[in-house]
Ligand binder design. Sequence first.
Ligand code: 13P
Length: 299
Amino acid sequence: MSVVSAKRMLVEAVTGGYAVGAFNVTNVLQMQAVMETAIARQAPVIIQTSVSPTKFLTPEVIVAVFRALAEPAPVPACLHLDHCTDAAFAKRCAELGYTNVMFDGSQLGFEENVRATRDVVEHCHRVGDVTVEGELGTVSGVEDQVRVAESAAELCDPERSREFVERSGVDLFAPAIGTAHGVYLTENPKIDFDRFAQIQQKVNGRVVVAPLIVHGGTGLKPDVVRRLVALGGAKFNVSTDLKHALIDATYDYIATHRTEYNPGKIDTAAKAAVAQRVNYWIDLLGCAGQAQRGGADGA
Ligand code: 13P
């Protein structure tokens, strides 16, 4: 089971009525916290890295750690490169062992987004069972190197969604529907559920062609998440939530143990805090106990 194709995993999620958590990590401790929690909850899981931490740790190290954790694990797992605007780097990560890459052409014009995404798709499919996520419309906020002001964010046009998926050949599709990266600036962000439903109908109406991805998981209210799952949201990206858990727990531990010099204890506190958030998301997305159907070969 263990390392699987993201598309297979997410088609299973859509047909099973649940979604999978895709957790952005920046270090080994977070990777362990995510994987150990997924195993404890028997949940399929996606570990993802943005471009900066991928370059900092190096894709080789991330792939090696991911494989050491995921291959013996009794749950399906994927390693995803998030929001990569550099086609050459996305292709390199696919060659080095990422199972899924996101080429983010959302800030390009429609035709250029289709062309550049298609080029990455063709390469990844030649490399092997590497799937590709593409985005249409722009998600506001800051995610690593991708910054979009709220005023410049553009929602995905449902009429063009099917065309984008067909012409680019993407395996997973991230439409902008009003969610945002980072902490939400308003109490009730305006999420366009109708648009999301229309896109799901156009792209995956008869058969699931490209499962829909929801960016900007952090801070979404539970009822919003459940509604998006019910409408076909298959993968929920969560980044800021885990960063806050890691940093707050580290800070709190050091603040209350100022004269202790034991990094293992700091790491233990930080890991527990990250695991708690991963547990929260697994419960909310309904993927606990879905490991057996979560994309395993033959599922
Ligand atoms: P958040 O940081 O808002 O959780 O968004 C994560 C994300 O969408 C990564 O692609």
